[in-house]
Write a protein of this length. Structure first.
Length: 307
């Protein structure tokens, strides 16, 4: 029997590398191509005619749902197996309506991707154990994803500290992406706002990352899960995570608007499916209010404020 021909569609190269590492040892599986955006996926699928498409949900140019719609006409005999960080029951349901045969949660890919492929090849449906899915489940409510434009560093630090202090003093958890000097200043400001920050660090309900680190969706999600679990162990019922930082704002200020928007879209994905509230701190715009890029940044948020 010839090997199963697989097309990998994922815009984050480290994740494509992980998927390759899982599949390549198998002689009965052949990776015939890779695509990093939706339009490229459609074009390559038409040429390569794979047997199986591993498809992410959130992609540039065309999202995974749009890609699946087109593949249904182009390669109707191919099987579509979604591999995504999006655990929303509504999205999973839509994926199956479009003809997908399986849905794997990315955090569980190491242990579940091969079993998922084997299951769908047998003609059965596969849903990752990390996803709570039922045909009658309603979509989750939207959480906060706010943006604050700050007039200076003092305002930026005060905005982030206020946001996290409210969460930590309520028994919830907090995570921040900031520069090294800002992270030190935030500890002092949190203490001044009555936060037992040393205790929060020990309990695992407060963590910080350097703003220079490249965002890794899997690492971000693991961190949020860990914070949620730590807050639960500390006694909070139905804890939330307050996530904030200045990375997207710094990308935008440096003219890297596309990267900033992609990061904001990732935040939207997290806010849709987890008990998380997000605050993004940006420098104050100066004559950019009418720019298309500026309006695109604002549109990714549920609320906008200036300080």
């Amino acid at each position: 029997m010839p090997p199963l021909r697989i097309l990998i569609v994922e815009d984050y190269e480290p994740l494509r590398r992980r998927v390759r590492a899982i599949l390549q040892p198998r002689n009965d599986l052949q990776i015939v191509g890779e695509a990093s955006d939706g339009l490229e996926a459609v074009q390559k699928a038409k040429v390569l005619q794979p047997d199986l498409v591993l498809l992410d949900i959130y992609l540039p140019t065309l999202n995974g749902i749009q890609v699946a719609k087109r593949l249904g006409d182009l390669i109707p005999r191919a099987k579509i197996l979604f591999l995504s960080l999006e655990p929303s029951s509504e999205v999973v349901r839509e994926a199956f309506k479009l003809g997908a045969v399986g849905y794997v949660y990315k955090l569980d890919a190491q242990s579940e991707l091969l079993p998922a492929i084997e299951t769908v090849v047998e003609g059965k449906r596969f849903v990752s154990s990390g996803i709570e899915f039922s045909e009658g489940t309603h979509p989750p409510t939207c959480n906060r994803h706010e943006i604050v434009f700050c007039s200076d560093d003092d305002v930026l630090l005060d905005s982030l500290a206020r946001f996290m202090a409210a969460a930590l003093n309520a028994g919830d958890a907090a995570i921040v992406w900031a520069t090294g000097s800002h992270r030190e200043s935030l500890l002092q400001r949190l203490h001044a706002r009555g936060v037992d920050i040393e205790g929060a660090i020990q309990r695992g309900t407060y963590i910080s990352f350097d703003v220079a680190e490249t965002p890794d969706p899997v690492r971000m999600l693991k961190a949020i899960r860990g914070l949620n679990e730590a807050a639960s162990k500390a006694g909070k019922k139905r804890p939330r995570v307050a996530a904030c930082g200045e990375r997207a704002g710094r990308l935008w200020a440096a003219g890297k608007t596309d990267l900033a928007i992609r990061l904001e879209q990732l935040c939207n994905e997290l806010a849709k499916s987890h008990d998380i509230d997000i605050l993004c701190a940006y420098p104050m715009p100066h004559g950019q209010e009418d720019d298309h890029a500026f309006k695109s940044i604002r549109a990714e948020h549920s609320a906008v404020s200036y300080r």
